[in-house]
Write a protein that binds this ligand. Structure first.
Ligand code: BES
Ligand code: MN
Ligand code: MN
Length: 458
């Protein structure tokens, strides 16, 4: 590992320049005006994989954004195969005015790089590419087979990846999947994540009268759709923070005693958490700790609400339409489609007869639990110890990676969630950044992971 560490040290400034080039590409997958940028980003990623010393690189077009796929075949017989998954697409940048520097003009400050996609997920995919480069340049060859699957639609629900995985099962055959798209527990505290929440994202439109009305002339006789929507939203949770949709908790896997003990032993400062967020109290489901609430229990949140007059000043109006975007984070073994259906049915029953209700199901994701013990997990443990000089903690995370469950159900391979971000790095929000120390340690850990997996035979 010392030679690899030296190589990283000697090439660090070039690595960072190249990372900045990647971060400069506005690969916002949800925005039609960025289609060409997303495609350009795929080519950029493919080219850098080639430059790392891997010749077999293909860009697969999809009905949406392209998938970058690459393969390295090792000469050792019976060597295990590692499939790395990550995404090169990013979230939109709004609100733009809250960025200190423009989101696609990467800036290095305080040991961090600031740009959209820095931590989610470009910094993390790039560290894998640099680990491959470092390993190959120093040792000439890898002790394992490596497959890389890097997509451009994760942030919009990985809409075309399922079909790709189903139709390329042989190509993607592997012994372990590695994903670097999650945070470590805290700076200096490496983590292996073994659980992710799923997502069910709904949009509710309530229509009242056929046009906006003068609230003096009509108010009192006509149901206001904004009021009606708020009433409906208010009944979705009870006073104990529990979701009231019938059957919502039917498939929820309870936390085991071992998990609850693990949660309780993690260093967590509730006061510091509140101070950081400037909130007087935390809020959530009765009977669970903050860490449990944000990762192992389901939630329901209004992401946005729209309706009526929201401009400066006052306008007396009884609006015709109200909309809410409502998402639910799901936990094993809830199913996104099943919850969507339960949500729709329940909303129809609580809607007053005075309004019309329409519900659209946006993208979803299913929750996952990955094995806490596997060949990959054990190798990752050693690798993280090598990079951080510290034993990694096992955690569950509250975010979602739509494709994760498919690695298990279609490829029958266990997933190792070995991420290098921090939950405080403003993913999806202004001033997103990535700690350069974790970029570097991520390269070391990934190289050490190859070493460790290389000791195994299949
Ligand atoms: N990298 C995140 C997932 C994540 C976030 C894992 C925080 C663990 C902790 C991923 O890019 C993401 O943002 N996923 C979306 C999924 C969605 C768009 C279907 C999410 O969780 O909102
Ligand atoms: Mn991500
Ligand atoms: Mn994301």
């Amino acid at each position: 590992m010392n030679n690899i560490k030296n190589y990283i040290l000697n090439n660090k400034s070039r690595f960072l320049e190249e990372l900045a080039d990647l971060l400069r590409i506005p690969s916002v997958s949800t925005a039609p005006e960025h289609i060409a940028d997303v495609a350009h980003c795929a080519s950029f990623v493919a080219e850098h994989i080639r430059a790392a010393g891997i010749d077999d690189v293909t860009i697969y077009p999809t009905k949406g954004h392209p998938i970058v796929y690459a393969e390295y075949k090792c000469s050792r017989p019976n060597a295990p195969t590692v499939l790395f998954y990550g995404h090169y697409d990013v979230q939109p940048v709004d609100p733009l005015n809250l960025w200190t520097n423009p989101p696609f003009e990467p800036t290095f400050r305080d040991g961090k790089v600031f740009a959209r996609g820095a931590t989610d997920d470009k910094g993390q995919i790039f560290l894998h590419i640099k680990a491959l480069e470092s390993y190959l340049k120093v040792n000439g060859e890898l002790p394992v087979n490596v497959k890389l699957l890097i997509e451009g639609e994760e942030e919009i629900g990985s809409v075309h990846l399922e079909e790709f995985i189903r139709t390329h099962q042989d190509l993607l055959k592997c012994d372990t999947v590695v994903v670097s798209d999650t945070p470590i527990y805290a700076p200096g505290v490496p983590s292996l994540v073994y659980g992710l929440r799923g997502l069910c994202y709904m949009e509710v439109t309530i229509t009242g009268p056929n046009r906006d009305l003068h609230s003096g002339s009509f108010g009192g006789a006509v149901q206001n759709p904004v009021n009606a929507l708020c009433d409906m939203i208010a009944t979705l949770k009870d006073g104990y923070g529990r979701i009231t949709i019938p059957g919502f908790y039917d498939d929820v896997l309870p936390l085991t005693q071992e998990e609850r003990t693990d949660y309780a032993s993690l260093p967590f400062d509730e006061e510091e958490y509140r101070t950081q967020l400037e909130i007087p109290f935390t809020f959530g489901e009765f009977g669970y700790s903050t860490l449990e609430r944000i990762s192992a229990r389901p939630t329901l949140d209004v992401n946005g609400i729209l309706g009526g007059f929201t401009g400066v000043g006052a306008k007396t109006v009884l609006p015709s339409i109200a909309k809410a975007k409502i998402s639910m984070r799901l936990v094993p073994n809830q199913d996104s489609d099943d919850i969507a259906q339960k949500f729709q049915e329940y909303l129809k029953t609580i809607a007053p007869p005075t309004v019309k209700v329409e519900i659209v199901n946006h993208h979803g994701a299913n929750p996952v639990l990955t094995p806490r013990d596997s060949m990959g997990m054990n190798a990752a443990r050693v690798a993280l110890r090598e990079a951080y000089n510290k034993e990694p903690v096992l955690t569950r995370e509250g975010g979602s990676i739509p494709v994760c469950l498919l690695f298990d159900t279609i490829l029958h391979a266990p997933t190792v969630l070995m991420g290098f971000g921090l939950s405080t790095e403003n993913a999806h929000s202004p001033d997103e950044h990535f700690l350069l120390d974790n970029f570097e340690k991520g390269i070391i850990a990934t190289a050490a992971f190859y070493d460790e997996m290389g000791k195994q035979s299949i």
